[in-house]
Structures are given as C-alpha cells and as structure tokens.
Write a protein that binds this ligand. Structure first.
Ligand SMILES: Nc1ncnc2c1ncn2[C@@H]1O[C@H](COP(=O)(O)OP(=O)(O)OP(=O)(O)O)[C@@H](O)[C@H]1O
Ligand SMILES: [Mg+2]
Length: 280
C-alpha cells in the first residue's frame, strides 16, 4: 500500500524563529502515528502544513499522493485543530451540516447521526455548542474531522479535554479507523495513551526528529523493584535474572524481603530520557 503522508526535509521559519528544521516523516496507509515533542517542538506547525493551512519554507509534503494543500489532498484530509471554536449558537448537528458543506460531503443526516454516535454525542445532536462541556466540544471536533470519509485524519491534541471514558471512546474510534485503512497522525502529550494506541511514534524537538519507532521499541526496561522491611528499593539497571542475587545481598545486609517485581518501562520514561524533563 502507498503512504498516506510523506514529509521530506520539511522546514518552516517564522522570521528568525525556526519551527521545523528539516523533518522527514511518513505515515503509511492505515497507520496510526503519534507525533510527540515538547511545547514549541513544531508539531502543530507540521500538522498545519500537512493540511494546507501553512506554507512550508522548504521541503515538501505529499498527502495521499497529492501535494499538501492541493484541492485533491484537502478533499481527503480530516483535521482537528489544537485550538478550535465552533459558533456557540450552533447545535452539534448544525456544526456537522456546516462541515459537510465545506467538505462537499453528500452523507446527509445519516452521516451526521453516524458520526455523532461514534463520539457518543447521539443524544446531544440538538444541543448548542455553548451548552456543551469542553470534552463534548472536543468530541464534536473529532466527529467534524471525520466528515466526508477522509483517507487521512490529522488530529492536534484531540483528547486534551477528555475524561478517561472519553479518551477510551476516542481510542476505540482510532482503532476502528485504522481497521478501515484510514491513516491517522495524532499529536499529543498524553504519552500513556499514545503508547496504547499508536503503531509508531515520531518524537520531534527543536524542529528536528530525534527518535522514531514502535512504542515497544523505544521503551526500555524499567529495572527491578524489591519490597523490603525498610521500604521499596529500585534497581534501575537490573533485570529479572538479577533478582535472586539482589535478594541474597539484601538478606545478607539484614533486610526482610516481601516482594520483587520487574518494572515495565513506559513511553514516558523513554521520552523523558530523549527529550529531557525541561522542554522549551
Ligand atoms: N504563526 C507563528 N508565528 C511565529 N512563530 C510561530 C507561529 N506558529 C508557531 N510559531 C513558533 O514555532 C515553533 C513551533 O510551534 P508549534 O505550535 O508548531 O509547536 P508545538 O510542538 O505544536 O507545541 P505545543 O506542544 O505547545 O502545542 C514555536 O517556537 C512557536 O513559537
Ligand atoms: Mg501544538
């Protein structure tokens, strides 16, 4: 299958500020890719270039085989902006009607009902945006991004306002999109969620790609934790095979042992190792 998105040597400067400094990125058809990085890393800039809202300074992006920003690429791209606001007076259904018109979707009421159902807003179709919670508005935003059956969906922090149930709903929705061959580029700071759902992650920092791979390839083992009479002791560099030796040593030192476990590493640990804890 061909790639859904290919960014090559992508560069964007705003005056003297460099937002993207030569990023290469690929999203396969039906692939769910997480774009990670500290505040100001260039994630939203890349997403906006991909959907044609921002012009790159250099480099190129192809979306579903077409230059980004071209009518053909736009017609097949779904987008949820990081900071969006729908008119307060519009109902959920009216917001989708508007976006159906913008996307030239002929899906009608059936498409709107299906999308509102997907984000669990079926009973809120007549509710005005101003009477919705932040999380409901964000779910409406996700439904909006799916109007017109896009081949690729670019979601800029789509779950930042969602409660745990809402996040699970969106996770299941993303998995269903992947199963249908829709590519997703997802920009998020919620690393535990990214780790659960993404096939691959790309970490950018200072406008450059600093790491990429499947979450399981980036995550390192988290060491061994032993519960002793004087508290939990963490041995960051130890593995399962070191446990008998560690216990023997601790017992030799007069400790009483109540438990031992291998600690699974997390994407968050791997990310913080790569990026450092003080992102700019
Ligand atoms: N319109 C603009 N004019 C000037 N500078 C901009 C503009 N948009 C973004 N930048 C700068 O480009 C850099 C990248 O910003 P971007 O919004 O892409 O980061 P991000 O990775 O999405 O960050 P966050 O995690 O905070 O959303 C930042 O230094 C930002 O200040
Ligand atoms: Mg951003």
């Amino acid at each position: 299958m061909s790639d859904a998105l290919i960014a090559t040597a992508l560069r964007k400067t705003y005056g003297s500020a460099v937002a993207l400094d030569g990023v290469d990125l690929r999203v396969g058809a039906g692939e769910l890719v997480g774009l990670l990085g500290p505040n100001g890393a260039g994630k939203s800039t890349l997403t906006k270039i991909a959907c044609g809202l921002v012009r790159p300074t250099a480099g190129r992006v192809e979306v579903l085989g077409q230059p980004c920003g071209s009518p053909q690429a736009r017609a097949r791209t779904g987008y949820l902006a990081e900071l969006f606001r729908f008119p307060g007076w519009a109902t959920a259904d009216e917001v989708l009607v508007l976006h159906q018109r913008l996307a030239r979707s002929g899906g009608g009421a059936a498409e709107r009902a299906r999308l509102l159902g997907l984000v669990e807003l079926a009973s809120a179709s007549g509710r005005r945006v101003e009477a919705m919670s932040k999380g409901m508005q964000q779910r409406l935003g996700i439904a909006q991004a799916l109007v017109g059956d896009p081949g690729i969906v670019l979601l800029d922090e789509p779950t930042s306002a969602l409660d745990p149930a809402g996040r699970r709903t969106v996770r299941e929705l993303l998995e269903a999109l992947r199963a249908r061959g829709v590519a997703v580029l997802l920009n998020s700071h919620l690393l535990s969620e990214i780790e659960l759902v993404c096939d691959r992650v790309v970490i950018v920092d200072g406008g450059r790609t600093i790491a990429e791979g499947a979450p399981s390839d980036l995550v390192k083992a988290g060491g061994v934790e032993i519960e002793t009479g004087s508290g939990h002791r963490r041995f960051a560099h130890a593995g399962r095979e070191d446990i008998p030796e560690l216990i023997a040593r601790l017992v030799g030192e007069g400790e009483r042992i109540y438990g031992a476990r291998v600690v699974a590493g997390s994407l968050e640990d791997a990310y913080l190792d790569l990026v450092g804890s003080a992102g700019g």
